[in-house]
Write a protein that binds this ligand. Sequence first.
Ligand code: EPU
Length: 432
Amino acid sequence: MDKFVIKGGNALHGKVRVSGSKNGSLPILFGSLLVPGPLLLKGVPTRLRDIKTTLNILRELGAQIEERDQQVAIEVPTEGPVTATHELVSKMRASISSFGPLLARRGEAVVSLPGGCNIGDRPIDLHIQGMEALGAEVRYENGYIHARGPLRGGRVYLAGPMGPTVLGTQNVMMAAAGAEGVSIIEGAACEPEVCGTAKFLRAIGVVVEGDGSPTIRIEGVGQDGFANLGGVSFEMPPDRIEAGSYMIAGAAAGGQVTVENCRPNENMALISILQKIGVPVEIGEDSVTVTGVDKVSPIDVATLAYPGFPTDLQGPLMALLCKTEGVSLITEKIFPDRFTHLSELRRFGAKVRKEGSTAIIEGGSKLQGAEVMASDLRASACLVIAGLMAEGETHVNRVYHLQRGYEDMDKKLRSLGGDVQCIDEAALEKQE
Ligand code: EPU
């Protein structure tokens, strides 16, 4: 199992290029199930574990896939298996995104229930509610959801007690694309990744309007319309969460970092927080430059649906806030239990605690290198940033979580001057 060994204290300097978006690519890769003709997807972060898992699920579903660095060519026959098995779905919750397109194209979908994960309870009731509103018959059997079409256009409401659902919106959009007639999704998520899925659907020939707002209108092509879809080449958007993570790393480690190949407008919630706490930020057309400072001011923030501050940057921001002179608060309003990094941060000497879904960060004490355990993707990024800030050596164990969503983070940080090595512990043990 890989771990990161970080010698803290080096300021980061230079330029770092953001990869294609993980959360943008996953639903679009599953969206290939809708398309009979050849599809060429570019800018796919193919070295990520989640992308590899997705391609394996698609292969199990009968897709022909050719993969070169950052490019994936896919062809999916109409007839084929309809089951996404537990073995693969349990590795990655986003596999639920196979549900909508499978049901639309093959008239049936059998998908393992994803279960909980390290960031808390993650129900899929809204996905099911959406499919049922499009006419699917859904039943549960032995841990699997079985759904049958035919799908017809319908009116769907997708906001739950914690607000809209991102993957739920994308899943229902892809199902609606293959339904007979027009569908209206109300309470839709407005995240840029939803707009990415809409752009992809338009590229393959589906009429989609209103994405980026809470009301999305989709003209379904119906069972006979699939033959007309496809034959396109599509470029994935850059990863706004990876971009934000490097902005925070630059601010935390000191020095000056330019994050290239990003869309600054998609990171305005973070940029505004950085500016408020006293981090100089320069916004370019497709880049953001952040200058690290010794001390930052405390802040009170909450994670919210887009355009609010994203939950996926909550962990990384918490590491930076350990630098503040004073007490900061971060309230988690999307995944109230997403705080596994908190107790690990304490191992660095950070003064952090939790009351309900609010983390209280008393800044000001210098972090010390420590042996810590990554428990989920964004928690891992938090620990790596803390390791860069800390005095002495940090070992971040189980970085396979990190490798699910950050391409070559060790190399990218090294190129900025960070002392970060990725060590294969199993190989080391064999040598000894
Ligand atoms: N929710 C329900 N019912 C549902 C679905 C969601 O109550 O049927 C609740 C969730 O429990 C949560 C809230 O709604 O409280 C929002 O969850 P959402 O469905 O939007 O999350 P998701 O679509 O499963 C995606 C990202 C996550 C990101 C969230 C929120 C992908 C593959 N995943 O998850 O990314 O945190 O949106 O922005 O796009 C990550 O990359 O590390 C990650 C976890």
